[in-house]
Design a protein around this ligand. Structure first.
Ligand SMILES: N[C@@H](CCC(=O)N[C@@H](CS)C(=O)NCC(=O)O)C(=O)O
Length: 203
């Protein structure tokens, strides 16, 4: 069965970088979709009808015209971007893109996104936040900044899914109380990614 992106439905929460990743890719590639705002804070991802679609109870989710459903932000991006320049054709560059996508999910998102959610959305005081969390964010940012020294993008000199995945939360780092002043390569890269995706700067 061929998978047609036409009339796909994206279930996402606009405050979520994981969901915005998918939106950025669809917009960049000009793929038609309907966005269904699905609030995590209001518990909409735990509603029975949503759980019937994604038993993991998480956004983003994409439902295609043939009713097939795909979850996990990076899996969705990879599927939507198949055959485009967002996935490097060079095998080594592609492997490095995967390296950064896995790192993003295991190390970056659990630090930056979680700190942002606790501070900006749950309004937790610093005393309520695990002190290891900001420290982990600092390590993540330092690693990214070092990698980006002398590079325009994460992999292979042009915008790829690695940049989109990593920029989705990094561009909102200030909402996690993280100051990017000391990370000039990250700031310059965020600007390049925003221009590449035609996004208004957030800072
Ligand atoms: N690894 C998943 C993470 C998805 C995720 O954590 N989604 C959050 C919003 S950013 C969510 O739906 N949380 C609702 C819940 O866990 O109840 C992905 O990349 O899509």
């Amino acid at each position: 069965m061929s998978l047609d992106n036409a009339a796909m439905t994206l279930f996402g929460d606009s405050i979520s970088g994981n969901c915005l990743k998918v939106k950025y890719v669809a917009d960049h590639l000009g793929l038609p979709y309907e966005w269904v705002e699905t609030s995590v804070l209001n518990g909409e991802t735990q509603a029975p009808e949503f759980l019937a679609m994604n038993p993991a109870g998480q956004v983003p989710v994409v439902r295609f015209a043939d009713n097939r459903v795909l979850a996990q932000s990076n899996a969705i991006m990879l599927h939507l971007a198949r055959g485009t320049s967002l996935i490097p054709s060079d095998p080594w560059d592609r492997a490095q893109m995967f390296q950064w996508l896995f790192w993003e999910q295991y190390s970056h998102e659990p630090a930056i996104a979680v700190l942002r959610f606790q501070k900006f959305y749950l309004k937790k005081a610093d005393s309520e936040i695990d002190p290891a969390l900001p420290a982990r964010c600092g390590k993540v940012l330092a690693l990214m900044n070092d990698h980006l020294a002398g590079r325009s993008f994460f992999v292979g000199g042009s915008l790829s899914l690695a940049d989109i995945a990593l920029a989705a939360y990094t561009r909102f780092a200030h909402q996690a109380g993280l100051d990017l002043t000391d990370y000039p390569h990250i700031r310059a890269w965020i600007g390049r990614v925003e221009r590449g995706l035609n996004l208004d700067p957030v800072t």
